[in-house]
Write a protein that binds this ligand. Sequence first.
Ligand code: ATP
Ligand code: MG
Length: 392
Amino acid sequence: MYQSFLIKYAEIAIKGKNRHLFEDALVSQICHALREVDGEFNVRKEQGRIYVEAESEFDYEETVEALQHVFGIVGICPVIMAQDEGFDALAQMVVAHVKEVYGDKSLTFKVDARRARKNYPMTSMEINAELGGRILDACPNMSVDVHDPDVMVHVEIRNQINIYSSEIPGPGGMPVGTNGKAMLLLSGGIDSPVAGYMIAKRGVSIDATYFHAPPYTSERAKQKVVDLAKLVAKYSGPINLHIVNFTDIQLAIYEKCPHDELTIIMRRYMMKIAEHFAKENKCLGLITGESIGQVASQTMQSLAATNEVCTLPVYRPLIGFDKQEIIEISEKIDTYETSILPFEDCCTIFVAKHPVTKPNLNVIKHSEQKLNDVIDELMKTAIETTEVIRVE
Ligand code: ATP
Ligand code: MG
């Protein structure tokens, strides 16, 4: 029934002189998202609007789904576009549209006509009244409600005529690529994919670093993280996933440092290595899925100790969220089912029974000195042997 979509965007419309940069980024993200969809599309910018027009047969459901993954889109309106061939032709199209979509349902409606071309021979009010009358004649079960209609029939008179009456919600946010890049510490848990999604939603491109500890962690645990990166990439675009072999560093920490400090010390080395790759890839910050008090390594004291090794800002979008709130987002973005697959994480293997909850930075630094002989070499090897996978 539809051949085109009108794309609504809100936040990027307020960016003043930069507006065209944001619109161009949105167009380019839409084109990217539609590459995977069956069909040929023309995406164009016109008079402060973006239109997606199918130029061949296309899969409607797939197209809508792809558009629902593009940050910056607030609404997706399936639209009928036509040339202006006089008011009678317009009225016929509007009536046909309403009949086809709403049939003989008992619904209330309102016509909302807008003229971008003020030389049209009727005013908006006259168009509303006339079209309303014709819809009532053609659809006896429908009635007018100007305050709270079930269906809002939009008629826009521009260079062409647009007719639409539904708006499918988009994901909101800002087009990816308009706000630099950040490095996500991506584990196989529930939290970090959600954290990546939330920062990408603000227009930030994402790279990721995952620490594994073979043979203590399996190939399947690694594949799970690759799969999670793929799901995040549906929103964020391509992710360069750095897979760091962390085994020897973890073993050294386990051997030389007090066991109740293992997780904090390990986190500090993860941050250092992630920051190394962040800087190498022009990232402007790090992202983690941490949330205050979630576990011993995320008390305020632990977060301070972890943070201390970083020179880049660390973005923690989930910092004030409860687990249940995080789970709701992970279900919405479809990462939950993958996150809960029961493969061991490198952190869970070397955890202490009673980890410190209020680490003292001086004590931690003192413990880390026991690694002085080996750590530089181990870090160097971990960095040099890191595997990078481009996840699309
Ligand atoms: P969960 O959903 O079980 O909390 P999690 O991945 O958040 O999973 P935490 O132990 O809470 O696990 O880790 C806190 C944060 O540290 C993660 O959100 C992630 O950003 C980072 N992190 C933890 N383990 C790893 C890892 N193996 N590789 C990369 N980042 C990690
Ligand atoms: Mg967590």
